[in-house]
Write a protein that binds this ligand. Structure first.
Ligand code: 2P0
Length: 355
């Protein structure tokens, strides 16, 4: 008697940090954004979600465990959409093409996902989590799909997840088709293109944020005039300019655009009714320190040395080149000794260099 085959696959995906921010949807069900965005992922070993998926005819339901704890897959949820879409892709691109292929799309799946970064990092895990889920199912189903094709499905789990199908420098092109078929992620440059680029993650506060990104951004879409200006007149040029800066390894231009876009994202949050505050006094003090540090360097004709960016929370990510990264870390730690309730830690220095 031969034993039944085992259908199981594991894949992982990195956290990404946007330098041109996604904030606002034009379609909340398909998760189509109101503007394109661009992220940078460094040191891909340390900040990842790893997911194992298994399909078996004996399974009675699709089930998911996050860090060992079962999470319900509710009807109509983003999780259910992603799993359904992956099964559809399996059927259309494998089973309908090759009649002898096992009908895995008809089996239920069990999925287990782990993050290798501490919850205390204050980093959102939805981006790496949905990207790893989609990548593991793509592997399980032996799909002939590119990362950009998979990004179309990860996007429906969480918008920023589409950018985690790649490492390095990644653009999420907003697209224009109402079906969402052209709203996908593309690689601008691999991490190895700019190995001197480093990121410091400064954990200001690891508490869960007060306003979720999903609800916050829709309030911004409904109430902020500044967001409309940003969408029409700011982001398109910034996407082009930062891509050029990355391709030319031009840190001055990268730093200027990154900080300007972080500032404008927090300005549109403030322009929302009622206003949303993600940064706190420590976040603002870090901005002042980086601004002063750059001012002195610029006055000496040495250019920018650091670039801050903040997501929907108070924690800073500071980009710096290899030659300056130790100095930046020392500067931050000397001004913000680790005090409970205030500044927690420089979580790590994440390097673009290959080990
Ligand atoms: C970004 N953020 O581009 C921006 C910058 C936060 C600030 O993407 O509703 O968790 O799941 O699509 O992706 C956070 O939004 O929102 C986010 P959904 P998501 O990284």
């Amino acid at each position: 008697m031969s034993s039944a085959p085992i259908y199981e696959a594991t894949a992982s995906a990195p956290v990404n940090i946007a330098v041109i921010k996604y904030w606002g949807k034009r379609d909340t069900k398909l998760i189509l954004p109101t503007n394109s965005s661009l992220s940078v992922t460094l040191d891909q070993d340390h900040l990842r979600s790893t997911t194992t998926s298994r399909a078996d005819p004996s399974f009675e339901a699709d089930r998911l465990w996050l860090n060992g704890k079962e999470d319900q897959i509710t009807a109509g949820s983003r999780l259910e959409t992603c799993i359904k879409e992956m099964k559809r892709l399996r059927k259309e691109t494998v089973e309908d093409v090759d009649a002898s292929a096992p009908k895995l799309s008809t089996y239920k799946v069990h999925i287990a996902s782990y993050n290798n970064f501490p919850t205390a990092a204050g980093l959102a895990s939805s981006a790496s989590g949905f990207a790893a889920l989609v990548a593991s199912l793509a592997h399980l189903y032996a799909l002939p799909a590119s990362p950009s094709t998979l990004s179309l499905i990860a996007r429906q789990g969480s918008g920023s997840a589409c950018r985690s199908l790649f490492g390095g420098f990644v653009a999420w092109q907003m697209g224009s088709d109402p079906s969402g078929s052209d709203s996908l992620a593309v690689e601008v440059a691999p991490q190895s293109h700019w190995p001197q680029m480093h990121a410091l993650i400064c954990v200001v506060n690891d508490a869960k944020k007060g306003t979720s990104s999903t609800s916050g951004m829709q309030r911004t879409v409904e109430t902020s005039p500044l967001l409309q200006h940003r969408i029409a007149h700011v982001v398109p040029a910034r996407m082009a300019d930062i891509s050029t800066a990355i391709l030319a390894r031009d840190f001055d231009a990268f730093a200027r655009i990154t900080m300007a876009d972080s500032n404008q994202f927090h300005a549109v949050a403030l322009d929302t009714e009622p206003p949303i505050f993600y940064m706190n006094d420590v976040s603002r003090a870090i901005i002042a320190l980086v601004v002063e540090y750059n001012r002195i360097s610029l006055a000496q004709g040495k250019g920018y040395k650091a670039a801050y960016t903040y997501d929907a929370g108070p924690n800073a990510v500071i980009y710096a080149l290899e030659e300056n990264v130790r100095e930046v870390a020392q500067l931050i730690l000397s001004y913000f000794p680790q005090t409970p309730g205030e500044f927690k830690d420089v979580l790590g220095i994440f390097s673009g260099a290959a080990d």
